[in-house]
Design a protein around this ligand. Structure first.
Ligand code: BMA
Length: 368
């Protein structure tokens, strides 16, 4: 968790002055987005560690302000807070995991205020038949694209998403920057925007429409965008099968749980991250392990021996911006240990690694 002593004027200024450009602009978001600029400026100093729903609930608590399973185990918060929007598109008051949107808003603002970064995933129900995201056979995408019968209805859903993002303001009323990671794991066949239910061309149009609508029509220039396929690719061309274009993506991501479960799977994850890092450098983008983890942390040394091994790879350690594990829901599954869990000490040791940035480490970079 240590870092070199260098000056981060940009980080200081972006942490204390997260202002929002309200002008409608086309072009690469990263030129204007403080998160992207900051993450670029600290490249090589460490990898931000993230946890989904970290501040909302954990294995032995729920909705207690200031609580966090990562904090309970390590004494500090993650530097990156993940949140889920599924359900907002139907104006639900709670997301599909029963987290109130009012809490997400409050806690995301809190996380930002403390110097952390917020990233939002979205598992929307289909606007056509209200089936959940996990309907890989359901043909939805072509009907919600421009010209499709459900395009206007889809736009109304994006309006709701935009309203939520617009409501994320700091105490001075400035819009806070965030990462949006829509239409993830498209190379898998489990979502209605996945490989079985739409063509890559339809997918690219959907991704592009979503970002251009939110950014250029709704004016969300404080939004950075992550593209995150699952593990079903080998090499750059396959990784880019669904890539919508450099002007609508800031972060090249990877969701990968599965490879970690294979014998020596870490080397496969390392190879895939090398592919992504190389592409990100060519394109002047960031690279991230946007989702990972071991379901219920059944291996008590998974953090140091598996994830740690990947993140300690010399290239990854230098080039990856962040890595995020999934949520801790006592009713469903968890991906970070809690006090008393057999993996507690190992996760603590992993988080103490010199290239892993928790909240204080990340903030500390700005205070140097
Ligand atoms: C999945 C699981 C589900 C959850 C979904 C969206 O990976 O955690 O229980 O509904 O993410 O958060």
């Amino acid at each position: 968790m240590k870092f070199k002593n260098i000056t981060y004027g940009l980080l200081v200024s972006t942490m204390s002055f997260f202002s929002c450009q309200t002008t409608v602009k086309k072009g690469v978001v990263s030129k204007e987005n403080p998160i992207i600029e900051t993450l670029k400026s600290i490249k090589g100093e460490g990898i931000l560690f993230g946890h989904q729903d970290d501040l909302a609930y954990g294995m032995q608590w729920s909705y207690i302000d200031g609580e966090s399973d990562v904090n309970r185990v390590t004494g500090d918060y993650p530097a990156l807070f993940g949140w889920e929007l599924g359900g907002i598109e139907f104006n639900h008051t709670h997301n599909l995991d029963s987290v109130p949107f009012s809490a997400i808003k409050r806690l995301a603002i809190w996380g930002h205020d403390k110097g952390g970064v917020n990233t939002f995933s979205w598992h929307p129900y289909s606007v056509i038949d209200t089936v959940s995201a996990w309907n890989g056979d359901s043909v939805v995408v072509k009907h919600i694209l421009p010209g499709g019968a459900y395009h206007e209805a889809f736009k109304k859903q994006l309006d709701i998403v935009a309203n939520f993002f617009t409501s994320l303001k700091d105490e001075k009323g400035n819009a806070i920057p965030f990462i949006f990671r829509p239409w993830h794991e498209m190379d898998g066949d489990w979502f209605w925007w996945g490989s079985k239910a739409c063509s890559s061309d339809e997918f690219k149009k959907l991704f592009r429409f979503t970002i251009e609508y939110l950014r250029d029509i709704k004016g969300l220039s404080n939004m950075a965008v992550a593209y995150s396929p699952d593990r079903n690719f080998s090499g750059e061309d396959e990784y880019l099968t669904w890539y919508p274009g450099d002007d609508v993506v800031d972060i090249l991501g990877l969701d990968n749980y599965h490879d970690f479960k294979m014998e020596n799977g870490e080397t496969v994850v390392i190879d895939k991250l090398h592919t992504i890092i190389h592409l990100a450098n060519v394109k002047n983008k960031l690279a991230a392990l946007t989702e990972t983890g071991l379901d219920n942390v059944t291996d008590s040394v998974w953090f140091t021996q598996k994830l740690g091994k990947v993140l300690n790879d010399s290239i990854i350690s230098r080039e990856l911006s962040y890595a995020m594990v999934w949520r801790n829901d006592p009713k469903v599954h968890f991906f970070f240990p809690y006090p008393g869990h057999p993996a507690e000490e190992d996760a603590k040791a992993f988080c103490a690694g010199k290239n892993i940035l928790l909240l204080k480490d990340y903030k500390g970079l700005g205070e140097k």
